[in-house]
Design a protein around this ligand. Structure first.
Ligand SMILES: [Zn+2]
Length: 162
């Protein structure tokens, strides 16, 4: 019996303690009685969660696609363009070059496999590197030296899909 009483009183004391503590905290902000009923209704999770989700998408999508002006040159597998690397038949990441291939040499900051859209060249993956390809420079792969020369060097707004 005693133990039960002790537990009951302890429970009552705790209950009172919590009750008064909560009331004391809530009083300055809101009326005490209708509040417990209203708070669940005031938190409609659907409306709250939908809006931030849309905002988050807008924010996270913005940096993933960056459009900047880059210095875009061109190369082919010839000795002039690739020197000692010419004739090995593969790119810096081991991609076996096939006729008609289109890919891009980009600075190390852009991982292999990254898709880049270059106006006049199209959308191609970064598969190669180059000693002079640093900062905001790209080198576009062409099958022939003539085609690379025709491209020359252009300053273009490219799109990197990060
Ligand atoms: Zn060449």
């Amino acid at each position: 019996m005693r133990t039960v009483n002790k537990l009951l009183t302890a429970g009552i004391v705790l209950g009172l303690g919590f009750g008064t503590g909560l009331r004391a905290n809530r009083r300055p902000q809101e009326p005490p009685n209708p509040e417990p009923v209203q708070t669940p209704e005031r938190k409609p999770d659907p409306s709250r969660s939908v809006q931030p989700a849309v905002e988050d998408r807008a924010i996270t999508h913005a940096p993933t696609e960056s459009r900047e002006t880059w210095n875009v040159s061109a190369y082919c597998p010839c000795v002039i363009c690739c020197e000692k690397w010419s004739g090995d038949g593969q790119t810096a990441n081991g991609h076996r070059i096939k006729p008609g291939d289109r890919f891009i040499a980009a600075p190390k900051g852009i991982p292999f496999g990254t898709w880049i859209t270059v106006p006049g060249y199209g959308r191609a993956q970064v598969l190669d590197r180059g000693g002079a390809i640093k900062n905001k420079r790209l080198d576009l792969y062409f099958d022939t030296h003539k085609a690379a020369l025709q491209w020359g060097r252009q300053h273009l707004n490219i799109k990197i899909e990060r």
